[in-house]
Ligand binder design. Structure first.
Ligand code: DAH
Length: 338
């Protein structure tokens, strides 16, 4: 009887070692360990064995079953490895891979991020405000009289409610000054809207970056130093910058800032890049009246403000001649900024 079990084991191991497919491995498994398999049948003889021999016979059976199981597992893993290797054998790993297209940042995003980085180094943090604004935040608080051309229906998108699409990010100055406690040092990047005819230099939706610094003793030197540093970081250390007197209702004195542009194949020329000035006391007064703490009393605080078009900065930085390229989503244009 014991000899039978030994023989079955030997036969099984020999059969398994000859197997060369997953299917015949399965067949061998069934023929030895299945319900009617040879070892299972031998096991059934246990009943007929004298009690004192049962233990030894049982051990023999277990050992045979374990040996057959291990041989089956080992063969299975060999066959699977062979199948895996065969399935990749026809792939030529030396062929060049398909290129993976990679997205790039939009030039406006690149310039905006760089501008923010520079100003953050100077201690400005980012502020925000709504694009649908009230006349108070967009104009009145900014000392802009009712008959100012910017308030004209021809220039500004008004809603029936009397609200409007902000014509500049300067409204964020007001939003900020309504709540913040001086010293205030913020920048506000965002969209602005005007009813402009669309052409190579105008879009009806464009992007601005506003800046505001309010504290006890801010002077024109602070304004000049800050903006000179800013434009030299953005356009290069030897960028020439000039401050040209101008008028804005919300600053006094006010300036436009020009930089000298050296474009390829063109004579160097001054181009306007920003407006700025010392916050007009009338602006502080208008907002201070809405506050209970008198912290924006023009007798107590001074400040400077500036605003610039991010689209314009990007066009200068990259030599883009037509602002419409910035919104056309032409991949041939956009992929140049990788
Ligand atoms: N808001 C002005 C514009 O859209 C730009 C500007 C000028 C902003 C002077 C300012 C400033 O903060 O002080 O044309």
């Amino acid at each position: 009887m014991s000899q039978d079990v030994q023989d079955i084991k030997t036969e099984a191991l020999a059969a398994i070692s000859r197997v060369d497919s997953l299917q015949s491995l399965d067949e061998q498994k069934i023929s030895f360990l299945g319900k009617k398999g040879k070892l299972t049948v031998a096991q059934a003889l246990m009943k007929t064995i004298p009690n004192e021999e049962k233990k030894a016979f049982g051990q023999l059976l277990n050992e045979a079953r374990n040996a057959i199981n291990s041989a089956l597992e080992e063969k299975l893993s060999i066959l699977q490895n062979e199948a895996d290797a065969a399935s990749v054998a026809s792939i030529d790993l030396t062929l060049p891979a398909y290129p993976t297209p990679q997205a790039t940042l939009h030039p406006l995003t690149i310039v905006k991020d760089e501008a923010i980085q520079i100003l953050r180094r100077l201690g400005f943090s980012i502020a925000d405000g709504p694009e649908i604004e009230t006349e108070f935040h967009c104009f009145d608080a900014l000392n802009t009289p009712l008959d100012h051309p910017a308030r004209n229906e021809k220039d500004t998108f008004y809603f029936n409610s009397g609200k409007l699409l902000r014509t500049h990010t300067s409204s964020v100055q007001v939003r900020t000054m309504e709540k913040a406690v001086p010293p205030i040092r913020i920048i506000a990047p965002g969209s602005a809207y005007r009813r402009d005819e669309i052409d190579a230099t105008h879009l009806s939706v464009f992007n601005q970056l506003e800046g505001l610094y309010v504290a006890e003793d801010v002077n024109l030197g602070d304004l000049k130093g800050t903006l000179e540093y800013f434009f030299q970081c953005l356009f290069g250390e030897d960028t020439e910058i000039r401050f040209r007197p101008h008028f804005f209702p919300f600053t006094e004195p006010s300036f436009e800032i020009d930089i000298m542009l050296h474009a390829k194949g063109q004579k160097p020329k001054w181009v306007e890049v920003a407006g700025c000035g010392m916050v007009d006391p009338a602006v502080f007064s208008a907002i201070n009246k809405q506050r209970k703490d008198d912290l924006l009393n023009p007798e107590k605080v001074t400040g400077f403000a500036f605003g610039m078009g991010i689209d314009r900065l990007a066009m200068i930085k990259y030599g883009i001649r037509d602002i419409r390229l910035l919104i056309e989503n032409d991949k041939r244009f956009l992929s140049q900024f990788a």
